[in-house]
Write a protein that binds this ligand. Structure first.
Ligand code: ZN
Length: 317
């Protein structure tokens, strides 16, 4: 009696386990359990979740604190790619080296390039702001050439990859994400469209707030260690002055030049980001009797982060 019941119980457990698993083991046709979406950086996760809601689960390659410039995927992330329905690439640097491997990890995964809908602008080179000075213009071109020639340098193609850092570009990417999710999951098109409408309304509100907040600044120039804010600057008529030169720490003479320029323009705040060393930013700030203010290009809550950044600019400029 005892023996048979001892055998019977494990069999029962196994039977329950098998039946519990079988729906997932069946061929994963048309998204019964929603979509799995992979993205490169955290702000994309925000956009995809705003559009997809609880229909999507999002796998992010470059996690908190990682830099998209020198990031390498972990083996576990390559594995989760094999479960993804779609990958939204955004043109950050690690994709150059990894996109082939990412796409071969899952031949059924759709790859959508979010940069396609965006007007890419040149990466900001270090330069002076005295437009009448032709020597300075040559100086700028010289740096652009260096940047192009140096394969190890940041942004070798010389186009600014930080496309997600303007509300206008966020809206364009949100439209593309909506179109893509609707195409692979047509039963939920109405949901995606409603979510898009709500997000676009939030973005319009942010744009209006930002334009108002930045309408009356003492200066429209700002110094930033890594020049990630070109698209933001373009949208709101600001001008960023990078500390980095072609992706590298500036030389002593370049630092001195920048400090002179900041003094001329009466600038005392240096912006930096948590992902990079702030040493040279702090050096410049101390020379100017100013301060370093951190702003993050990679925070997950994309909308609130841009709102916080525009408030910071309004306070500090
Ligand atoms: Zn960057």
């Amino acid at each position: 009696m005892r023996k048979t019941s001892m055998i019977f119980v494990p069999i029962l457990i196994i039977a329950i386990f098998i039946s519990g698993c079988s729906p997932q083991a069946a061929p994963a046709t048309q998204n019964e359990d929603g979509l799995t979406v992979s993205v490169s950086i955290l702000p994309q996760k925000y956009l995809v979740e705003r559009i997809g809601g609880d229909r999507v689960s999002v796998n992010v390659m470059v996690g908190p604190g990682d830099s998209p410039h020198d990031y390498e995927p972990k083996p576990s992330q390559m594995t989760s790619l094999s479960e993804s329905d779609v990958y939204f690439s955004i043109g950050v640097e690690f994709e150059d080296a990894w996109m082939d491997r990412i796409s071969s990890a899952n031949s059924e995964m759709l790859i959508v390039d979010l940069t396609q809908e965006i007007n890419l602008i040149p990466m900001q080179a270090h330069h002076h702001h005295d437009e009448a000075d032709h020597e300075d213009h040559d100086h700028e071109e010289e740096h652009a050439d260096e940047d192009h020639a140096d394969e190890d340098s940041d942004h070798a193609e010389n186009l600014d990859p930080h496309i997600w850092l303007s509300p206008a570009n966020g809206a364009v990417m949100a439209e593309k994400i909506t179109e893509t999710l609707s195409a692979i999951d047509p039963d939920h098109t109405a949901t995606y469209q409603n979510n898009l409408d709500a997000l676009l309304a939030d973005i319009s509100q942010l744009q209006e707030e930002t334009r108002t907040a930045l309408a009356d600044l003492d200066t429209r120039l700002f110094i930033v260690f890594h020049p990630a804010w070109g698209y933001f600057a373009q949208e709101f008529d600001l001008q960023q002055i990078p500390v980095e030169v072609a992706g590298n720490e500036p030389s002593a003479s370049e630092l001195a030049e920048l400090i002179g320029e900041a003094q001329e323009e009466n600038i005392s705040v240096i912006f930096a980001q948590p992902e990079f060393s702030t040493r040279s930013a702090e050096y410049i700030a101390s020379e100017l009797n100013g301060k370093v203010v951190l702003i993050s290009p990679l925070a997950e809550d994309w909308l609130e982060n841009l709102r916080a950044v525009s408030k910071t600019f309004a306070e500090e400029l």
